[in-house]
Design a protein around this ligand. Structure first.
Ligand code: TXA
Ligand code: MG
Length: 336
């Protein structure tokens, strides 16, 4: 399958291009599209064979459920078996935006979408292209990140094409996504609600609105409620380590003759290795993290060394992704 690539204006997408993409979806095809977090790989959530193609394209295990994207609250309510007051409060405050709510599923949502589970994850994305596509298509879109399972999520069109070009029908290229990390996933079927995946909406923002959350992943005795909590995930192919002593580690590995890439937020002196310096604040760091890792991963290195980012709640999602991407980790202390 050859993927068609349609460039589209990120702020005011051409309705004819959007209509083309909507037709592909209506016929059961796969369309990669930008959201405010990362690029998604969309299929009509009500079309089981189309959803099956999403799992196949990503090599995604069938036990890992998909997020369903809708254009607004009305669309979300059609997918769930219950819409608690808390969902209304959160949706009104954070949608469109990078918050995914897990709620009891309605019978009409195919079991394939929810991995046979009793709940469905829904969100309204904040990207004009995603919203235009959802409105034109008149259907909810099951859309995981547009990457092979467990690999780095795509924040640019070329990241999507690098591994999915021969597996999808169409890519809407709207340039780099702004947020750079995935949405926050919040389970509203527990009391208090439980953070399943830290993301661009911070715990502080959520707790300011609805009070304390349950945090932390499930214990060993309890199966993961969200398979995105799987240990190795969001990972480049190059072995990656995180350390609070990255300069020393880079020098040590170079001394052993390894080709090393260095990712840091500190203003380091020049070195001979390939080095990328990210912003020292969490939002800017998150926005550029995946693009930096894609770049280092494409450079034919033996090892990527990452300076441990600062501590604090604002960094929770960054810490979570680095923890899952790494083979060796020190200098990040908050619980996973
Ligand atoms: O920002 C995002 O959320 C992006 C864009 C494309 O919207 N999507 C995304 O999808 O990151 P994906 O499939 O890569 O990650 C979805 C996460 C996974 O960790 C999955 O296990 C979890 O959400 N999830 C989906 N449905 C769930 C459910 N019913 N219960 C618990 N976790 C669920
Ligand atoms: Mg993903």
């Amino acid at each position: 399958m050859a993927c068609q690539i349609l460039p589209v204006d990120p702020e005011s997408p051409d309705p004819e291009i959007i209509a083309d993409a909507a037709r592909v979806l209506q016929k059961g095809g796969l369309v990669a599209f930008p959201t405010e977090t990362v690029y998604g790989l969309g299929a009509n959530a009500f079309n089981v064979s189309a959803v099956g193609k999403v799992f196949a394209a990503k090599d995604r295990p069938a036990r890992n459920p998909l997020i369903v994207h809708v254009a607004g609250l009305h669309g979300a309510k059609e997918l769930v078996g219950a819409w608690p007051a808390l969902a209304q409060t959160l949706a009104q405050h954070f949608w469109p935006g990078p918050l995914t709510l897990v709620l009891p599923k309605a019978a009409r949502v195919p079991d394939l979408v929810t991995a046979n589970g009793p709940t469905v994850a829904v969100r309204v994305p904040a990207h004009p292209v995603a919203l235009a596509l959802l409105r034109a298509g008149q259907m909810p879109l099951a859309a995981p990140s547009a990457n092979r399972s467990t690999e780095l999520s795509p924040t640019r069109a070329e990241h999507v094409l690098a591994t999915l070009a021969d597996r999808i029908d169409l890519l809407l290229d709207a340039g780099p996504t702004k947020g750079g990390l995935e949405s926050t996933v919040l389970d509203l079927t527990t009391d208090p609600p439980r953070l399943l995946r830290p993301g661009l909406v911070t715990v502080a923002e959520l707790e300011a609105l609805i009070g304390l959350l349950q945090r932390g992943t499930s214990t060993a005795a309890e199966p993961p409620r969200s398979p995105g909590q799987m240990q190795r995930h969001y990972a480049p192919r190059t072995p990656l380590e995180v350390t609070g002593q990255s300069r020393r580690r880079v020098e040590e590995l170079c001394g052993c003759g390894l080709r090393v890439g260095w990712l840091t937020h500190l203003p380091e002196r020049d070195t001979l290795v390939m080095k990328i310096v990210l912003p020292g604040e969490a939002v800017g760091y998150a926005a550029q993290l995946y693009a930096a890792l894609h770049q280092l991963d494409g450079a034919g290195l033996d090892r990527i060394v990452v300076e441990a980012p600062p501590s604090g709640d604002a960094w929770l999602a960054v810490h979570d992704r680095l923890r899952r991407a790494s083979d060796r980790l020190e200098g990040i202390t908050d619980e996973g």
